[in-house]
Write a protein that binds this ligand. Structure first.
Ligand code: ADP
Length: 481
């Protein structure tokens, strides 16, 4: 762990500070929580020097040893879950229970990566006249892991775990809003005794400059990015004349379809969970709900009741279900979408406004959990990612109509189905253009499953067997005896 508060740069096995620091703000109170070092492009290149120097040695380290580091880090995160959850909740604003769940999920990701790293098998092909063939897998080399503030623990641990398990050194670039939890977690991973250069971390307010400097260097062999579609597409454009592996996990605009035969109580709970988790600031959050017209009124009555019961407040106060949005820009976007929808004929069933707590210690950017009905395709909320606590509801009559409505988006990350007729669900699974689908399950992210999106939501997958694969190169070997 770094021993001074702002020593948040990890380069070549040492924690150090930069001449400049930046404040980290508690999004509920807007108080300053701490400081992080503001890395410069020269630090990024020093990190890449160290990662490049460490690459051969880490690739040669046996998979069991690499896995051991990850298992030890997971155990430490579990042991310190309470303290880490409190830091995560204060820095990001999410409820403590969600923070604890995210950390447990991050530990499970590390464990999964540790297990999969030992099973990154190749293949032997049947002999031709000349001899057999081999398919070998080797680590891609130094990886840049760019992670967001909305799940600052699990996104970071998933990338770092998979990369280290595959034998790749990592340069982590955590989001500037949440550098403290990232530093605490990477401190735990480093403290398992990783060799110098295997893990780097760069906290900075100048991501474009630092990342630009790294992308211009051919020694960087992979970028794994989770964040906005705009920035992700920009990274692809910046690749220039150096081809490298690029995993992108970007925005979403998730539909939920509730069929007439759904268990309505479970569907209402599922939709409310998948919508308001992390105050709606999740790329898998339900944005649009399509409900069969025959069950619309019953479902909406349940959703209204459950939404109105969600308590707003500081994430670290017992009972809080919805915390603040990360910043004013996030809040303004939500407000704009609601105003646009209402101007075009939507009705506010519940919520609809900024939340003023009346408490001078809660100066953050809160928005009431909101449900809009009568939503139509021309409204911003129907196609622009909301990233806030607003659920947009419309009805459908035929199953194929629901699927067409669900697919009518440039995004393709997550979709949710609620229903009990297996044939109907299977037909929808076949036709939906989404990378992750929850069937009666509002939390479809599991280490065992590949996570990632279609269309403008991303490319490549993290998790599942595909997760390790995306950090390895394939070599075909033809043997002649
Ligand atoms: P969000 O809108 O959710 O904050 P961003 O895409 O802006 O998502 O941020 C996700 C991650 O990408 C963060 O780590 C951030 O620092 C980084 N980032 C932001 N802008 C750039 C950029 N131009 N180049 C590289 N990384 C960036």
């Amino acid at each position: 762990m770094p021993d001074t508060a702002a020593a948040t740069l990890l380069i070549d096995g040492h924690w150090r500070s930069a001449p400049a620091t930046f404040d980290v703000v508690d999004p509920a109170s807007l108080d300053v929580l701490g400081q992080a070092s503001d890395a410069e492009p020269a630090d990024a290149l020093a990190a890449l020097d160290a990662a490049s120097a460490a690459a051969r040695g880490w690739a040669d380290t046996d998979a069991e040893t690499r896995s051991g580091h990850l298992r030890a880090a997971a155990a430490e995160i579990r042991a310190r879950q309470g303290e880490l959850a409190s830091l995560l909740s204060r820095e990001n604003g999410k409820p403590l229970a969600e923070a604890a769940g995210e950390l447990a999920g991050g530990a499970r990701m590390l464990e999964w990566a540790a297990e999969e790293g030992r099973r990154a098998y190749g293949r032997v092909t049947p002999a031709s006249a000349a001899g057999p063939g081999l398919v070998l897998r080797s680590p891609v080399g130094p990886v840049l892991a760019i992670t967001p503030w909305n799940f600052p623990a699990s996104m970071l641990l998933r990338k770092v775990g998979l990369a280290l398990a595959a034998g790749c050194p990592v340069i982590a670039k955590p989001a500037e809003q949440t550098p403290l939890i990232a530093t605490a977690l990477l401190g735990i991973v480093q403290a398992t005794g990783l060799p110098a250069g295997v893990l780097q971390s760069l906290t900075t307010t100048r991501p474009a400059e630092l990342v630009g400097a790294l992308l211009a260097d051919r020694r960087l062999r992979k970028v794994s990015f989770t964040g906005s579609t705009e920035v992700g597409l920009g990274l692809l454009r910046q690749t220039g004349d150096t081809l490298r592996r690029t995993s992108l996990e970007m925005g979403g605009h998730s539909p939920a379809i509730v069929f007439a035969d759904a268990d309505l109580e479970a569907a209402a709970t599922g939709v409310v969970t998948a919508k308001f988790f992390n105050a709606g600031q999740s790329c898998t959050a339900v944005n649009r709900l399509y409900v069969h017209e025959s069950v619309r009124d019953d479902l909406l009555a349940l959703i209204e009741k459950k939404t109105a019961a969600l308590r707003l407040g500081r994430g670290d106060v017992e009972g809080t279900k919805v915390g603040p949005l990360i910043d004013e820009a996030g809040l303004a976007k939500v407000e704009n979408q609601v105003a646009d929808a209402v101007a075009k004929g939507a009705r506010i069933l519940v919520g609809g406004s900024r939340w003023e707590s009346g408490d001078p210690a809660l100066r953050g950017h809160f928005f009431e959990p909101t449900v809009l009905t009568g939503v139509t395709a021309d409204m911003l909320v129907s196609h622009e990612e909301t990233f806030g606590p607003v659920l947009a509801v419309a009805t459908f009559t035929g199953d194929d109509e629901a699927i067409d409505l669900a697919n009518a988006t440039d995004y393709g990350l997550a979709a949710y189905l609620f229903g009990s007729d297996l044939r109907r669900v299977w037909r929808a699974l076949d036709r939906l253009d989404f990378g992750v689908i929850g069937v009666n399950d509002p939390a479809p992210v599991r280490p065992e499953l590949p996570f990632g999106g279609q269309k403008n939501s991303g490319q490549e997958r993290e998790g599942g067997a595909e997760g390790i694969e995306s950090y390895t190169e394939t070599k075909a070997v033809a043997l002649r005896f």
